[in-house]
Write a protein that binds this ligand. Sequence first.
Ligand code: PAF
Length: 285
Amino acid sequence: MKICRSIQSLHGELSAPACGRGRIGFVPTMGFLHQGHLSLVRCCREENDLTVVSIFVNPAQFGPAEDLQRYPCDPEKDIVLLEKENTDILFMPDNSEMYPQPYRTYVNVEGLDTMLCGQTRPGHFRGVATVVLKLFNLVCPAWAYFGQKDAQQAIVIRQMVRDLHLPVQIRVMAIVRDSDGLALSSRNVYLSPAERQAALLLPKSLQKAAALIGSGVAESQVIRESMQKELDRDPLLATEYISIVRLQDLQEIPAIEAGNTLIAAAVRAGRIRLIDNLLLGDLSC
Ligand code: PAF
């Protein structure tokens, strides 16, 4: 695996004869890799000739009161994991490489960035869209891989790709969970044992939603109330939102639309914010 810390060395690697002929697949990450990330890397390897992974903790997507400084990182371990997955190129730029000063250009995907997670994370999706577009411009992938856990992020990126005619296809891969059902997330390491136990109510609430839908219930309010009841079982959890929305525009809908619905929730367990969702449809494009 080639490790590139600068744009110049990335360009050097990508233009090397060995890289010149194949289809490039790309997995952007912020590091502290877990099996969810590695499932994206594996799929990328299977579907492309060259696999590029980036690790960059993007300051533009963190609010001033958020955990940028505390974001977990273990680059040595990430490198070992990516070597094992036969990654071809790891791009690990620093802030000055990605945001040379003065920096003034940002991407706003209007109308998809203020609901769900956008309600409590203003500017987050602007930061995500900006860095992903920059990374796409640097790596020029044919395919890029994202996790369904960050479903709103995938929807924002899919819209940006369409709106800006970007020559990249987006693949959104299923959520990878621990054996107890908790969706894998780099931030899970910060949960205390009690918080982790409480956090299990989040996937359980989505299982309840799936069971209701399976039994023929379609009304959003009934599903939302059942999920809230589940989340209320542990006082350590504070619900941020439970949203039942259409995939294209993330607008709340009164009833489930088959093949076109996202049921998403965010909770706080102590200082840790957790998200999870149930997707009735497809986000790839
Ligand atoms: O999902 C993430 O890890 C990040 O939001 C991404 C897509 C790498 C952009 O910084």
